[in-house]
Design a protein around this ligand. Structure first.
Ligand SMILES: Nc1ncnc2c1ncn2[C@@H]1O[C@H](COP(=O)(O)OP(=O)(O)OP(=O)(O)O)[C@@H](O)[C@H]1O
Ligand SMILES: [Mg+2]
Length: 337
């Protein structure tokens, strides 16, 4: 019967020897265990004590059991229960839950760290303004300027976090509107004109089709291209061009159907290959110092990725060090059923 159970299961007889195992358990603890004393197979004091306790009280128990191989630790929750004179152990792999827990802790640590830096700066300036610089109008004006900058950074971080959680929430809901891309791209570029001018980057829009509508969420797609163009401006090179291209619709294998490619090409420093796969992780920055200087929190591409997923599209990043970066979004043109 236990051979049919997908979890590792171990049965210990009244003589404390192993009476039965199933294939998942053999993969976990090895073969040839039948007839051996359970201590030889289990070897972790916590679980051995718990087995003795279950035997004497008859009350089931749950304990943690860790296996180590050279790659990583695997955590199991083991339920120990009495069945007539036998003790039955079933092992449940908890690694996925542990990983989620770790991700959450990392996330909280990252957010706290990102907020602490501007907060520390603000507190420092408040102290200076109420003390040493109280009667210095020139210093006051300058410090208030920096304080506004830091406060803006915190606002942007909080806004990004909120939009990330919103996007994650409706990732499974398909967008229903039709969105016209030429106008959307032009508007996204226009919105970033001041930033482009300040960075001395010229943004050019090339369209291979007049008008093209795709099923989508206008606000979210605007955010996608806003983020990508902003990155092109921030990490592109001063005095150079940033080219945004709306390609003609075509069959795309990656979409298994008709799709449109929108690409943003800059002529900046580029990104080393080992970073590329990680760029869409939250808070991941190639050069966190430079990114922070230009006001980045490392959430932009994480948001982009989620929105593109929701649209059943693809995000592709190609880059060559010293040459520049090409970020493309593929979006399905036809409504998916
Ligand atoms: N076009 C690009 N050229 C070079 N590096 C880039 C480019 N786009 C993104 N990166 C790198 O990828 C990192 C992650 O980008 P992302 O947009 O997620 O965050 P950010 O721009 O730092 O902050 P945010 O977008 O939240 O303001 C950036 O910090 C930067 O190091
Ligand atoms: Mg960005």
């Amino acid at each position: 019967m236990i051979a049919a159970i997908p979890l590792p299961v171990l049965v210990i007889g009244p003589d404390d020897r192993i009476r039965a195992t199933n294939p998942p358990l053999e993969r976990l603890l090895g073969t040839g265990l039948i007839g051996k004393h359970h201590i030889t197979a289990l070897r972790q004091p916590g679980i051995i004590d718990a087995i003795a306790a279950v035997r004497s009280t008859g009350i089931s128990a749950k304990v943690r059991f860790v296996t180590r191989d050279h790659e990583k630790d695997t955590f199991y929750q083991v339920v120990i229960a009495l069945s007539d004179a036998d003790v039955v152990l079933s092992f449940e792999d908890q690694s996925a839950a542990e990983d989620v827990g770790k991700m959450r802790r990392d996330f909280v640590a990252n957010v706290s760290h990102e907020l602490r830096t501007p907060l520390t700066a603000l507190l420092g300036f408040i102290e200076t303004l109420t003390g040493a610089a109280r009667d210095d109008p020139a210093a006051r004006a300058r410090f208030l300027g920096i304080m506004a900058h830091e406060a803006n950074r915190m606002t942007r971080l909080v806004n990004d976090l909120l939009s990330l959680s919103r996007v994650e929430e409706d990732e499974r809901v398909r967008p229903r509107e039709q969105v016209e891309l030429t106008g959307l791209l032009a508007a996204a570029i226009k919105g970033l004109e001041p930033q482009a001018a300040a960075a001395d980057v010229t943004v050019r829009l090339e369209t291979q089709v007049e008008h093209l509508s795709v099923p989508g969420d206008a606000g979210q797609l605007r955010q996608v291209f806003g983020n990508l163009i902003e990155n092109g401006i921030k990490y592109g090179a001063a005095g150079k061009e940033l080219v945004v291209t709306l390609h003609a619709p075509a069959h795309h294998l990656r979409l298994r159907g008709q799709g449109v490619q929108i690409s943003v090409a800059d002529q900046g420093d580029g990104i080393a290959p080992h970073h590329i796969a990680r760029l869409t992780e939250r808070f991941y920055r190639v050069d966190s110092h430079r990114s922070r200087e230009v006001g980045g929190t490392g959430l932009g591409l994480a948001i982009v990725k989620h929105i593109v997923n929701r649209h059943r599209g693809r995000l592709l990043i190609e880059s060559e060090l010293g040459k520049g970066t090409l970020v493309s979004v593929l979006l399905p043109v036809e409504s998916l059923s």
